[in-house]
Design a protein around this ligand. Structure first.
Ligand SMILES: [Zn+2]
Length: 208
């Protein structure tokens, strides 16, 4: 069993498998969160399950991922319904080197039927649609957390997820306050794994 941070650092050395998004996930209607994405098939750690490049928006929406302060792009084909979780997530975002798109990559082996999750605070600085978290960790704590972006986390909370956080977020965090400058080391580490050359999914669909 590897820790999430080791797993994520290790991902940069992996050759990513691609799987068609429709084979990777299906949407399930829930009362608590509306539509959520669950794994349609068993998914291996390191598999890319969604590559998204458009539409590019100048401000965030409920579903977008931040590529830089003025560039936001939404996942597609149901991947926009991958739920937020504060802890024990099984996917993460990789931002393409050209900063014009991003991909979802699976960070742990996932069994068919499991919820797909990632921590929205790792890519979003200041969310335009905050919401009350319904994740397993929050339910276990017994009190609700409002998810509203990295900007709104305490130093302790920022440090806890820094290994998973986008370099763009960590840069903003360092500029936000010198109290957070200790995250700059993590920023440099993350740059290696976050900005990744991702080949066109069309070239690799079916290669799994
Ligand atoms: Zn939560």
């Amino acid at each position: 069993m590897f820790s999430i941070s080791q797993g994520i650092r290790g991902l940069q050395f992996m050759r990513h498998l691609h799987i068609n998004t429709k084979e990777a996930l299906q949407l399930v209607e829930t009362q608590a969160v509306g539509l959520k994405a669950v794994a349609r098939n068993d998914l291996l750690r390191g598999t890319i399950i969604n590559v998204f490049r458009s539409p590019i928006l100048s401000s965030p929406t409920m579903h977008t991922v931040m590529l830089d302060e003025a560039t936001h792009v939404a996942p597609t084909e149901g991947a926009e319904c991958i739920s937020h979780a504060c802890d024990a997530t099984n996917t993460r975002i990789i931002i393409h080197e050209d900063r014009k798109g991003a991909s979802f990559v699976v960070t742990e082996d996932v069994a068919a039927g499991e919820d797909l999750t990632f921590n929205y605070n790792t890519t979003e600085w200041d969310m335009n649609s905050p919401f009350t978290c319904q994740c397993a960790a929050c339910k276990q704590k017994g009190f609700p957390t409002v998810v509203r972006g990295f900007k709104h986390l305490s130093l302790e909370e920022r440090s806890r997820i820094a290994d998973e956080a986008s370099p763009l977020i960590l840069k903003q965090s360092a500029e936000d306050s010198s109290r957070f400058s200790n995250l700059v080391d993590t920023l440099q580490k993350n740059e290696a794994s976050y900005f990744s050359p991702i080949e066109d999914p069309e070239e690799s669909v079916g290669s799994v």
